[in-house]
Design a protein around this ligand. Structure first.
Ligand code: FES
Length: 447
């Protein structure tokens, strides 16, 4: 089904690549991360081209709930423990700067994209000390936070943690405006990238581009080696139903309990989210049904307008990978692993990658740079990724269900979305075998 954003915005179509060309920078992926990176490069005097396999904004950007926030779940207490207070401060600072960048971009360019300042809340219906710990951690890092029992939700909360000065917007209205002066080729699918002595050859289905530098902003990097991102991330799905006729709600809410729901109002519509699971671990469906039941219970007057789902890359240490793609690929850059916080992470990517390309450094490299390896934060999850891949691969060898075209894992049927989903690294295919989500690059084969 259409997301609420595609129903309410129309971005003009761009042409496909028509001939081979040579450029300074090629950005692969025309979602919000790719376009913001190209936009920031342009503002810093560097020309780039954006290569998009389908339409700009037609991947994960159209399926976001579009919260511009540095409240990334229960993150700060964990970050202080795992990467230290100074690095946790840098993480918060990068995201705070990202919010400020959105605010000034919208104001300076008069972008009509329903940008609205608000507060962001984590809430719980259980008697937990997690929110208190998070408040203490946030305050240590200079974040304006406050514990409360008051919320606009249709039920009582035991505790909620409020962050001030966050925002929401319409992602496709914003995307359409920043795309206006960029060079973008749609329907141009990158098949592979070859490193040569001085430059890179980007082979697409429409022609070849030579570029000094390449940015991979295609959600999940589709090149396995170097980088090995398939060992460092898995993907998760989450679901949204969009309701009309609900009460007014000025702020955004994210439940931290196991079956917690998220709430975010956009004009007359309420986006009610939840039901997340690892991609490929389908428990017989019912995610949308659970949301519909919650809607009936809490908003009996409401009417469902549409429903959609998101796919998120989850890095093993819970921090996005933004920066140099691999130590052996000096002129390749990557922006991935945004978890459920794609809007702020996309802006952090634009700030960082444009700085890395123009100045050769970024103040946030220590935290987000993909070459980091932090044992405490990564070891358990790395082992878990290995087990999941091994399980998927062995099923792929012995089962008769379709096999993923990425690395051959057995696919699982997702009844909620009528798709074949891969439990190893999260590729997805439509019921007829057409690829929906990478890292796989090819449709299913009819064997
Ligand atoms: Fe890697 Fe399927 S996504 S094997």
């Amino acid at each position: 089904m259409d997301s609420i954003w595609t129903m309410t915005a129309d971005i003009p179509k761009r042409e496909a690549l028509k001939e081979d060309m040579t450029v300074d920078v090629a950005v692969i992926g025309g979602g919000i991360a790719g376009l913001l990176i190209a936009f920031y490069l342009k503002n810093k005097g560097v020309q780039s081209v954006v290569l998009e396999a389908a339409r700009i904004g037609s991947g994960q950007t159209k399926n976001t709930t579009a919260k511009i926030t540095l409240q990334h779940g229960l993150v700060y207490h964990r970050l202080i423990e795992e990467i230290g207070e100074e690095n946790a401060k840098l993480y918060a600072q990068a995201n705070r700067q990202a919010i400020a960048e959105y605010r000034s971009l919208v104001e300076e360019n008069r972008i009509e994209c329903e940008f609205r300042e608000c507060q962001s809340y984590l809430y719980s219906l259980e008697d937990t000390d997690l929110l208190q710990k998070e408040e203490e951690a946030a305050k240590r890092l200079g974040i304006c936070a406050e514990l409360t029992t008051k919320a606009e939700l249709p039920f009582e909360v035991i505790k909620a943690l409020k962050f001030y000065d966050q925002a929401v917007f319409h992602p496709l209205l914003f995307l359409g405006r920043i795309a206006e002066d960029l060079t973008i080729y749609e329907d141009t699918k990158v098949l592979t990238v070859e490193k040569e002595e001085e430059e890179n050859r980007i082979i697409t289905n429409k022609g070849i581009i030579r570029a000094k530098k390449v940015v991979f902003a295609s959600h999940y990097p589709f090149i396995n080696v170097p980088g090995y991102y398939f060992l460092r991330m898995h993907q998760e799905r989450s679901y949204v139903v969009v309701l009309k006729n609900t009460k007014q709600m000025d702020h955004i809410y994210y439940g931290i309990d196991k079956e917690g729901l998220s709430f975010r109002k956009s004009g007359d519509y309420l986006l009610l989210g939840g039901g997340g699971h690892r991609t490929g671990e389908n428990t017989g469906g019912g995610s949308y049904q659970k949301l519909s039941l919650a809607a009936e219970k809490w908003f009996p007057e409401s009417r469902e307008v549409t429903r959609f789902s998101a796919q998120d890359c989850m890095p093993i240490d819970g921090i996005p990978y933004i920066g140099q793609f691999a130590s052996t690929a000096e002129n390749w850059f990557v922006a991935t692993g945004f978890q459920k916080w794609g809007m702020t992470s996309a802006m952090v990517s634009a700030m960082m990658i444009s700085d890395l390309i123009v100045k050769g450094q970024s103040p946030y490299e220590e935290v987000f740079g993909p070459q980091r390896f932090r044992l405490q934060a990564s070891a358990v999850n790395l082992a878990e990724e290995g087990i999941q891949s091994a399980k998927g691969l062995s099923k792929g060898i012995f089962s008769t269900t379709p096999k993923c075209t990425h690395m051959g894992c057995a696919l699982e049927w997702n009844p909620d979305e009528m798709s074949w989903d891969c439990p190893c690294h999260g590729s997805r295919f439509a019921f007829d075998g057409k690829i929906i989500d990478n890292p796989a690059q090819e449709d299913l084969k009819n064997e």
